[in-house]
Design a binder for this molecule. Structure first.
Ligand SMILES: *Cc1c(COP(=O)(O)O)cnc(C)c1O
Length: 358
């Protein structure tokens, strides 16, 4: 018995208005060649890399709700932050421009990539975003000590010029800054419902959904969706930057806030948040040989490109979990492609090093 029906959940989400930025539903198909290659469960893909805004990706779903909030609050500048090659910042800039809002991006140089105009940074430049590059201070990108001051400073500058700033939290996930509800996570409850409808149309029962997890909104939203429809599908989040011990609580908090915002009667517990941190490698954005090879495998088997920071690591996890016998052969596993492919290009040297060695 489902705790809620699909129409009930849809109605609840409709209380949060949104702007159109995304082509929905995103495609959902079986990966025949990869399924055969791995000899494991049935592998499907949900193409949230094909959302249609910018170069596509999970952040554009979130921004449908967030841009609406910016407009409702009569702001005309959006300030946000993340890593130098952030997909979130690029998508925010693209969405903002479309609605006449000025994007101000604070980009932290978190790993050893040159600050050259390539990948998302090039796209930010093309969009004429206001780009401020900062060296990283203490802490991981999700818990930077000095970020609040930097944001306040940027907001003051906007006000001094006679404009109204909106501070959007990293990844559009946890409520914070000017965003009172976890709007990004709410958009992913919607994504889960969309997936469920597509699966049902094919007469398919999903057992697992696997995706790359960074700022928690995607995982929180998908988890709330699965719990609300109570279909026993497990959501597996592959952490790309945080240790499981701290990240699980972080995601659980967003999940709890999402349940509250949607006014659902659901118990979400610690063990509903399934996080893998063993595929992090050297840390956020650090490409390794496994990642490079997983990207190559997917491209050669399916003609689909993954990215080196998020989805490549999630694919390493999927391959490894299949090898370890985590799934049953008759299971259906949905791989959420969350986008990010522009980051392949600034990582070209690393990709070349790992793939060119004979
Ligand atoms: C941001 C991002 C994720 C992670 O989503 P969160 O909601 O931040 O956890 C996954 N994949 C890509 C390509 C992303 O840009």
């Amino acid at each position: 018995m489902a705790a809620y029906s699909i129409p009930e959940i849809k109605k609840t989400i409709q209380r949060f208005p949104k702007r159109d930025l995304v082509h929905l539903p995103t495609p959902f198909t079986r990966l025949d060649n990869l399924t055969k290659e791995l000899g494991g469960p049935n592998i499907y893909i949900k193409r949230d890399d094909m959302t249609g805004l910018g170069f596509g990706g999970n952040k554009s779903r979130k921004l449908e709700f967030i841009i609406q909030d910016v407009l409702d609050k009569k702001a005309d500048a959006i300030i946000t932050w993340a890593g130098l090659q952030s997909n979130w910042c690029l998508q925010t800039a693209a969405a903002a421009r479309k609605f006449g809002i000025t994007p101000i991006l604070i980009l932290f140089n978190v790993y050893d990539l040159p600050a050259e105009y390539d990948g998302n940074l090039l796209l930010d430049l093309i969009l004429s975003a206001d780009i401020k590059i900062r060296e990283i201070g203490k802490g991981s990108i999700l818990h930077l000590e000095d970020v609040d001051e930097i944001l306040e400073q940027a907001a003051m500058e906007v006000k001094d010029r006679g404009h109204t700033p909106y501070i959007a939290p990293i990844g559009g996930s946890a409520a914070g800054g000017s965003m009172g509800d976890p709007l990004g996570a709410i958009s992913y409850v919607n994504a889960y419902v969309e997936l469920k409808e597509q699966a049902e149309n094919e007469g398919l029962d999903t057992d697992y959904v696997l995706h790359a997890s960074g700022s928690g909104g995607t995982q929180a939203g998908l988890t709330v969706g699965a719990k609300a429809l109570s279909d026993n599908t497990k959501v597996l989040g592959v952490s790309v930057s945080e240790a499981k011990s701290t990240y699980t609580d972080y995601v659980l908090d967003i999940t709890t806030d999402t349940v509250a915002a949607l006014d659902l009667e659901l118990e979400v517990e610690n063990n509903d948040i399934i996080v893998f941190d063993e595929y992090l490698g050297e840390g956020y954005g650090e490409v390794n040989k496994d990642v490079a090879e997983a990207i190559r495998l997917m491209s050669m088997k399916e003609g689909i490109f993954l990215d080196p920071v998020y989805t490549g690591k999630a694919m390493v996890a999927l391959i490894d979990l299949v090898k370890k016998g985590y799934f049953k052969k008759e299971d259906t596993v949905v791989f959420f492609h969350t986008g990010g492919t522009a980051a392949l290009f600034p990582n070209k040297k690393k990709m070349e090093n790992f793939l060119n060695r004979k």
